[in-house]
Design a protein around this ligand. Structure first.
Ligand code: BGC
Length: 865
């Protein structure tokens, strides 16, 4: 075994010495990004360019481009549903390898805001409604990244729990709720895991925008002893002096001539004494410390300008200041390698929640013999729009471009079943991105490649550059440099061929902002100005931009040359970014016709698998949901398929809860989230019983929209009226029944909860160890998540009826009994008071079981007065 080399990172004194070598101008330059994703290099102090990237569903890198692909890991809700810190830490390590492969130093992840309400557009990107589950999984994700030498920027600090007016809203949260719920995951990750960066949110909390909030200096720095960096969310910093004083270290993006409140304005503020230079020095120290941690700062002994020394990971348990970047090591796997695929496939399956199963699952591979000894392959009707084009991730900055995606249809076909398919309904309200088999790139009409050619034209109409693309969505953030075009661009010209499969009416069009012309075979079809709805977020412009469509009649097999032109300067966001998408809707039946066809297919099959779900227009950053109902007529589709064939399994492909009014009628309901690029293979593994559906709900799954907190501010203010009572805390208090309770999920075996005892916490940990014995009483190996909830009978303090205090996954063979230790931290018994954290003297009850609603074992803990 090779020894571990620990490289000592520069200490505070060394960092300050380096800062001392810089002029005020040099220092202030470092405090705003150099461009959209990177910080400035400063050779004078051995600092190289440091690169940031979104997160959290993969590592996108510096461009928004399908040719620069990234491993697409399951959504945070899917990861949370594993309740497995080891697995999430492994995903952190996988992402660190991706980051290294793509030259990224800090991942803008994890998102540890809470599911205050399922309406929140970014629920899929956050782990849970519960702060303890969020904290444990968020810490595991950070550990995986940082122990591999890649920084985590934990976001969005704090109160960014919904999207509506997120850039300006002032969120009002009472102090106790803020501490016990919304700050709790940040506190645990900063204190226990030593996060290297935190992202300050757009919104304000209790009167101060988060980039200038006293919570930064007083709580993050003061109470939690945070020595990492605070960066702004993109364009969230506005006030020169207030942000400088409030312990914001880095304004993103840059450069300061285009974005943010610093640059020359900050130089002037320091010059006139309004901002102390010592504050600037402290920010630069934090930037250099982050750089040292990720390996972007030359070793103290290297002369200025030399590349950083190679180093090795810190041994587990070392405090962050002494941890150090990973060694170069073997080259990271490609995002389409077998190793990555296997890990993503197993992780997706581990998060699938089998919410209901009357015994239909796992499906057999073949039906009983028609003739003695000869079974035949199971005939499965696969139904639903998401079965063919699955959502593997949510929309917004979390978007990555996977090298491939396996749809449910692909996965079930590859598993060897006899599969037939019917889409059933159209769930998109808008036209989808043009895609194969209709969209062809002009240079490869006869191979299966899809895509388009883009030409960049200058003001004078000269060709300034061109490129061949593999998709039909094109986004450039701040300039066309990622496409190799540096001179000013006035017009974009996108050329492709659309070839009809069947004859009929095709809808062709574009999405974007500003002026677009569409020509088909040289004839203008439209010349339209597309404008965003009033008050829309910039990310809404990227995720569901306005569209213009036109009907075009095509004969079967007919190709047409399509050109879409965009006047770049006509977009209101021209300075920020440019966007264009080609859209296509092929001829299709009415929903009534499609539902009837799907039901007929189901009736003629041994079983049906209906994949319902949301779309890119529904779950995304930039806007909240206005309804939890499935889009389109998917509920009707499910009902008709169940009526046609009672052996119907419904698979839900959403990142967050949707209403399932037919749930009790389906033979099985599998909640499968946004499952990442290996989604369809994982689904086949679980449906056929090769793999256990390991997930448990990380949120309460509502039966209706009644009683859920709203995301809609009033006069710019969003008050968290429900206080401590979000998720199961609110359902329990009000006695409301959800469809599926927090923590719910079954597997392919059964469990008995046999005994509970209390013990000391293991050495090095504080708290109580709850030892729970469970036995696998079924006939196959399985996985259970032992959950422990605390409650306080007759409390003098207002509290939720119960709250999650600890959990541990356990695997066991048939008949095997296992005792698992669940660590309950001291904090689980504390509540926030005007004097700080306090433990109410007297008895607490700890109850263990398989879900928050079924807790057969209890024990008492007494705290002296
Ligand atoms: C999002 C962040 C993201 C950043 C950079 C913002 O709009 O809120 O989560 O990291 O953009 O893409």
């Amino acid at each position: 075994m090779g020894g571990v080399t620990v490289v000592v990172l520069p200490d505070e004194a060394e960092l300050r010495r380096r800062v001392g070598r810089l002029s005020l101008e040099q220092k202030i330059r470092l405090l705003t990004g150099a461009d959209f994703w990177a910080l400035y290099a400063e050779p004078e102090v051995g600092l190289r360019r440091l690169v940031l990237s979104d997160g959290p569903a993969g590592v996108r890198g510096e461009s928004w481009d399908e040719r620069d692909s990234s491993a697409n890991v399951p959504s945070a809700t899917a990861l949370a549903a594993t309740w497995d810190t080891g697995r999430v830490e492994a995903i952190g390590r996988l992402l660190a390898r991706e980051a290294r492969r793509k030259g990224v130093d800090v991942l803008l992840a994890p998102t540890v805001n809470l599911h205050r309400t399922p309406y929140a557009g970014r629920c899929f990107e956050c782990f849970s409604e519960d702060p303890l589950l969020t904290a444990r999984l968020g810490a595991a994700y950070v550990r995986g990244l940082q122990r591999s030498g890649v920084g985590a920027a934990v976001k969005h600090f704090v109160g960014n729990d919904s999207e509506t007016q997120r850039m300006t809203v002032d969120v009002r949260i009472d102090e106790r709720t803020l501490r016990e719920l919304y700050l709790a995951p940040f506190e645990a990750i900063v204190r226990d895991e030593g996060a290297w960066a935190v992202m300050a949110a757009y919104n304000g909390v209790n009167g101060s925008p988060m980039t200038q909030s006293p919570l930064l200096r007083d709580v993050l720095h003061g109470e939690w002893g945070y020595d990492g960096l605070v960066m702004s969310d993109w364009t969230a910093a506005h006030a020169t002096e207030a942000a400088a004083q409030a312990a914001l270290d880095l304004a993103m993006p840059g450069p300061a001539s285009l974005y943010g409140p610093w640059g020359d304005a900050l130089l002037e503020a320091v010059g006139k004494g309004a901002v102390d230079e010592a504050l600037i020095d402290d920010k630069v120290v934090r930037i250099l410390r982050l750089a040292a941690r990720v390996g972007a700062l030359a070793h103290p002994s290297s002369p200025p300008g030399l590349p950083p020394a190679a180093s090795s990971p810190a041994p587990p348990g070392l405090p962050p200041a002494a941890s150090s970047p990973a060694p170069p090591g073997p080259p990271p796997e490609a995002p389409d390698s077998v190793a990555v695929a296997q890990e993503l496939r197993a992780t997706a399956a581990a998060g699938f929640v089998l919410a209901r199963n009357d015994g239909i699952l796992p499906l057999p591979r073949s039906e009983p013999a028609d003739r003695p000894g000869v079974g035949r392959r199971l005939r499965v009707a696969v139904v639903g729009p998401n079965a063919e084009v699955a959502r593997t991730m949510g929309g917004g900055s979390a978007t990555v471009f996977p090298p491939y995606t396996i749809s449910p249809l692909d996965g079930l076909r590859a598993a060897g079943l006899h599969v037939t398919y019917a889409p059933g309904v159209t769930s998109h309200l808008r036209a989808g991105e043009a895609r194969a088999p209709w969209l062809l790139r002009p240079d490869r009409l006869f191979d299966p490649g899809t895509g388009a050619e883009i030409r960049f034209l200058s003001e004078s109409g000269e060709l300034a550059g061109s490129e061949l693309r593999d998709g039909a969505t094109f986004i450039w953030l701040s300039g066309f440099a990622p496409s190799g075009v540096t001179e000013p661009v006035a017009t974009l010209e996108v050329r492709c061929v659309i070839r009809a499969t069947v004859g009929g009416e095709y809808q062709l069009g574009v999405s974007g902002l500003g002026r677009y012309r569409l020509l088909v075979d040289g004839a203008e079809v439209f010349d339209a100005a597309l404008t965003l709805r009033e008050g829309a977020d910039i990310v809404e412009a990227l995720m569901r931009p306005p569209q213009q469509l036109a009907p075009v009649q095509l004969a079967a097999g007919q190709p047409v040359a399509v050109v879409a032109e965009h006047d770049v300067h006509s977009s209101p966001f021209a300075g920020f970014g440019t966007l264009m998408q080609l859209n296509l809707v092929p001829p299709h039946g009415t929903d009534d016709e499609e539902i009837a066809a799907a039901a007929a297919l189901a009736a003629d099959s041994d079983a049906a698998v209906v994949v319902v779900g949301t779309t890119a227009e529904v779950e995304s950053e930039g806007f909240d949901r206005t309804t939890l109902a499935l889009p389109g007529r998917q509920d009707e589709l499910v009902r008709q398929v169940i009526a046609a064939n009672p052996r119907t399994v419904v698979v839900v492909n959403s990142g967050a809860p949707v209403l399932l009014p037919w749930a009790q009628d389906a033979a099985a309901v599998l909640l499968s989230w946004f499952g990442g690029q290996e989604y369809g293979d994982a689904l086949a593994d679980v449906l056929l019983g090769d793999v256990e559906p390991g997930g448990r709900l990380p949120m309460t799954w509502p039966a209706s929209e009644e009683g859920l907190p709203s995301t809609q501010p009033a006069d710019g203010v969003l008050t968290y009226h429900e206080g401590l009572f979000i998720g199961y805390r609110g359902y329990d208090r009000d006695g409301r029944e959800p469809l599926f309770p927090f923590g719910h999920g079954t597997g392919y075996t059964t469990w008995a909860y046999e005994s509970i005892t209390l013990d000391q916490a293991p050495a090095g940990a504080s708290g109580i160890a709850v030892c729970v014995q469970v036995q696998n009483t079924g006939s196959r190996r399985g996985r259970e998540v032992v959950q422990v909830y605390a409650s306080r009978p007759d409390s003098a303090v207002e509290r939720p009826p119960k709250w999650l205090a600890g959990f541990a996954p356990v695997d066991a063979d048939p008949g095997e009994a296992v005792t698992v230790g669940v660590l309950i931290p001291d904090r689980a018994f504390q509540h926030w008071t005007a004097q700080g954290w306090s433990t109410e003297p007297g008895p607490f009850v700890l109850a263990a079981g398989p879900t928050s609603a079924t807790l057969p074992l209890t024990a008492r803990v007494e705290f002296p007065g």
